[in-house]
Ligand binder design. Structure first.
Ligand SMILES: *Cc1c(COP(=O)(O)O)cnc(C)c1O
Length: 397
C-alpha cells in the first residue's frame, strides 16, 4: 500500500487517538523510510523505544532465533530467558527481584499494587505523584498522572493519589498524611516537558521517605535504559529508589515492561497477588537480553552522555540566534527545546526538512535519537532544525 491508502484505512478503521503524520515502512539505525522510499532521520526512536536504533542486527537475530524455538509459554512454566533477564536487571540495579509485563502503564500499575500491598496492614495506600508527571493511560495511571488533560472526561478518577509540585520538597511534605505509602517520581519528566529533577529534590525525597517510612518509587519508563547518559535516571543522584518501572526501550519494540524492586520489596507479592499472561515471555525476554548486550558492548550509556552534550551544544546556538527559542533542557539524549510558540509547528517544519522529532507538551520540542546516533547524523539533524527554524522564525534578523 502507498501512504495515501494506509491513511484512508486508518481514517476508516483505526480509532483516532493519535494524529499520525507520515507512514513508515522500513528502518535501519537512525534512518526510516516511507512506502514511497522517502527517507527521514528519526529523532523520536519510536518514543524512546529504539535506544539501539531500528533493526539492530543483534536484536533482530535474537528475535528471529527465539521465534523459531519458543515464542511464548506463559508464566505457568519457567523460561530461561526470563530468568537470565531478571538476573541481569537485578545486578544492574537494586540486587532484588523483577516482575515482567507488557507496557509502561502496566509496570507502574504493578509498582503501585506492590506499594499498596506493602502498606496494607498499616492502612496506608496513597501515593504522592508530581504535577506534570506522566505514568500511562490505564484508569489507575491517569489518576497517578498529575495532568488534568489526561483525566478529563474519564471521571470518576480512581482514588489513592495525591499530588505535589515537582522539585519542591516542601510541597511533597505538605501532601503526606497517615494514608501515604509512597512517593512516585520521574528522574527526568518526559511527557511533562523534559524537566530533570534537582539533586536537592531527589536527595530530599530519599531522606523524607526514610524518615516517614514511605517507599520511593521511580518511573524510568522513558528515562531508563541509558537514555540520560546513565543506565537509570536515578543514578544522576546519590540515592536508590525502593523500586522502579521500565518499559519503552527494554525490548526494542517487542512490547515489554518490568518492575524492578529492592530486596526489601522483592517478596511482597505472593502467588496469586499479581499476574500477566504475556509478561516476560521467551520472545520479549530474548529481545531485552540482546538490547542489554548491545548497550554494554557498544558502550551506549557513555555514548548517550557524549552525544547528548554535543547535541545540546549545537541546539544552544539556536537559543542565541532566535528569540523564539528559549531554552535547551534534558540529560543525555533525552532533550527538550523550549519555544515561545507551539512546539508542533517546529516538529512539522522539521519533518518537512526530513527530520522526525516530537513534542513534550505545548511548547517543548523533544529529541530522542537512538543512543548510537552518529556524529554526522547529529550534524545533519542540527542543519535541518536550523532550516526549519529559519523558515518559521526568519533567519534571526
Ligand atoms: C510512555 C510512558 C509511560 C507509559 O508507557 P506505555 O508503555 O505507553 O504504557 C509511563 N511513564 C512514562 C514516564 C512514560 O514516558
Amino acid at each position: 500500500m502507498n501512504s495515501k491508502e494506509i491513511v484512508e484505512k486508518y481514517n476508516q478503521f483505526v480509532m483516532h487517538t493519535y494524529a499520525p503524520t507520515v507512514a513508515l515502512s522500513e528502518g535501519k539505525g537512525c534512518k526510516v523510510r516511507n512506502p514511497e522510499g522517502g527517507s527521514y532521520l528519526d529523532f523520536t526512536s519510536g518514543i524512546s523505544v529504539h535506544n539501539v536504533g531500528h533493526c539492530h542486527p543483534k536484536v533482530v537475530k535474537a528475535i528471529q532465533d527465539q521465534a523459531t524455538k519458543l515464542g511464548h509459554s506463559s508464566n505457568l512454566f519457567f523460561n530461561e530467558n526470563q530468568a537470565l533477564l531478571a538476573e541481569r536487571l537485578s545486578h544492574l540495579t537494586l540486587d532484588g527481584k523483577c516482575f515482567f509485563c507488557n507496557s509502561g502503564a502496566e509496570a507502574n500499575e504493578a509498582m503501585i499494587k506492590l506499594a499498596r500491598l506493602w502498606g496494607h496492614e498499616k492502612g496506608k495506600y496513597e501515593v504522592i505523584t508530581m504535577v506534570q508527571s506522566f505514568h500511562g493511560r490505564t484508569l489507575g495511571m491517569i489518576a497517578a498522572t498529575g495532568q488534568v488533560k489526561v483525566q478529563n472526561g474519564f471521571e470518576p478518577i480512581p482514588i489513592g493519589f495525591a499530588y505535589a509540585e515537582f522539585n519542591n520538597l516542601e510541597s511533597v511534605k505538605a501532601a503526606i498524611t497517615d494514608r501515604t505509602v509512597a512517593v512516585l517520581v520521574e528522574a527526568v519528566q518526559g511527557e511533562g516537558g523534559i524537566h530533570p529533577a534537582t539533586e536537592e529534590f531527589m536527595v530530599g525525597l530519599r531522606q523524607l521517605c526514610d524518615e516517614k517510612e514511605l517507599l520511593l518509587l521511580c518511573d524510568e519508563v522513558q528515562c531508563g535504559m541509558g537514555r540520560t547518559g546513565k543506565w537509570w535516571g536515578w543514578q544522576h543522584y546519590p540515592i536508590k529508589p525502593d523500586a522502579f518501572s521500565i518499559a519503552k526501550s527494554l525490548a526494542d519494540g517487542v512490547p515489554m515492561g518490568a518492575l524492578v524492586a529492592s530486596p526489601k520489596l522483592s517478596d511482597v507479592f505472593k502467588p496469586g497477588n499479581h499476574a500477566s499472561t504475556f509478561g516476560g515471555n521467551p520472545l520479549a525476554s530474548a529481545a531485552a537480553l540482546a538490547v542489554l548486550d548491545v548497550i554494554e558492548q557498544e558502550n551506549l550509556v557513555k555514548q548517550a552522555e557524549t552525544m547528548g552534550n554535543l547535541f545540546r551544544e549545537g541546539l544552544k546556538l539556536f537559543v542565541e540566534k532566535y528569540q523564539q527559542v528559549l531554552e535547551i533542557r534534558g540529560e543525555g539524549l533525552l532533550i527538550g527545546m523550549v519555544v515561545q510558540g507551539r512546539a508542533k509547528e517546529v516538529v512539522d517544519a522539521c519533518r518537512d526538512m526530513g527530520l522526525l522529532c516530537c513534542v513534550a507538551g505545548e511548547h517543548v520540542v523533544r529529541f530522542l535519537p537512538p543512543l548510537n546516533v552518529k556524529e554526522d547524523e547529529m550534524v545533519e539533524a542540527l542543519e535541518m532544525i536550523g532550516d526549519a527554524l529559519d523558515e518559521l522564525y526568519g533567519n534571526g534578523e
